[in-house]
Design a protein around this ligand. Structure first.
Ligand code: R2B
Ligand code: URA
Length: 308
């Protein structure tokens, strides 16, 4: 689907829309049910049209903190305490808008983030947003890295280390590529070198559909494999370039790619999975770790906006 635009020289340019669904144009109203927003009841272009950066992460509280943090970093007027949850009428997701930055929670796992992404991508389309960059900032288990290391995802891979996402549609398996924007990843790595004490690597990120057995943990309610088998799997993952494990990156990468959205995944590692499975790091240390992806993305945004 192409949209004709007049650029600043008065010439017609072609820009691809973010949505890939011909049915949308035939609908009189589009209800973004899990956001409690609709094209009839809300002026989406007025509310969201100037959005340039969208940051998503699992937890509603973390995404509120991120909104408050970015408000301070961009030195925007008004109090951080007045930042309102746009989706407060629903308890599915939280959404905060701070200047050109949108901060949204997505819950845990592929189904939760994919519902959010469908509605987010339609929101960007209805609001006529352009040149948006999408970031997932999250937590993960590291493979062979010191806890607290930030991993910028090169390729998001599935549990077989394949850079693809499988979706069942009408009873058929559809495979989509999970490559992310290389330029944004490189630029993020460059920005990380400008921050003090900021261990950062680029590597593949494995996305699983379970936190326990699916990630080779020995400490779930069920476990059918030995310590040796676990370590063997993690070693194979490491050989395939996997540096961290989380639960959303493949569908995030696949949907962004199909919809022409530049996207990046930035996750901090909470533990080294070669050394254990339980997350036993003290709470205050975990809180500091979780701020690292936020700091990196804030630094990136400030640089892009010419503020530093
Ligand atoms: C990282 O952390 C969560 C599980 O604890 C999950 O959402 C993920 O990707
Ligand atoms: N999130 C995950 O998905 N796995 C971990 O080990 C830590 C956080």
């Amino acid at each position: 689907i192409f949209l004709k635009l007049i650029n600043s020289n008065g010439n017609m340019t072609m820009q691809e829309q973010y949505v890939k669904n011909p049915h949308l144009d035939t609908m009189e109203e589009d209800i973004l049910y899990h956001f409690n927003l609709s094209t009839k009841t809300h002026n989406l272009p007025a509310m969201f049209g100037d959005t340039k950066f969208v940051c998503v992460g699992g937890s509603p509280n973390r995404m509120r903190s991120f909104a408050q943090f970015i408000h301070q970093e961009l030195e925007l007027p008004g109090s951080v305490d007045n930042i309102r949850d746009i989706c407060e009428e629903t308890d599915r997701y939280s959404m905060y808008k701070v200047g050109p930055v949108l901060s949204i929670s997505h819950g845990m796992g592929v189904p939760s983030i994919s519902i959010m992404l469908h509605e987010l991508i339609k929101l960007l389309y209805h609001a006529r947003c352009r040149d948006v960059i999408l970031f997932r900032i999250g937590t993960s288990g590291g493979i062979g890295l010191a806890p607290g290391t930030v991993v910028i995802t090169d390729k998001a891979v599935d549990s077989f280390f394949r850079p693809q996402f499988e979706q069942v549609i009408l009873g058929k398996v559809i495979i989509r590529s999970t490559e992310l924007d290389e330029e944004v990843a490189r630029e993020l790595l460059q920005r990380s070198t400008e921050l003090p004490n900021f261990p950062t690597v680029i590597g593949n990120t494995m996305c699983t559909h379970d936190f326990y057995e699916g990630q080779g943990r020995l400490d779930g309610a069920l476990c059918s494999f030995s310590t040796e088998e676990k370590l063997d799997y993690l070693r194979k993952a490491h050989e395939a370039g996997v540096r961290n494990i989380e639960m959303e990156s493949t569908v995030f990468a696949a949907m962004s790619r199909v919809c022409n959205l530049k996207a990046a995944v930035i996750c901090v590692t909470l533990l080294n999975r070669f050394e254990g499975d339980q997350i036993s790091t003290p709470h205050d240390v975990l809180v500091e770790y979780q701020q690292r992806p936020q700091c990196l993305v804030a630094h990136f945004i400030k640089k892009r906006l010419g503020l530093i």
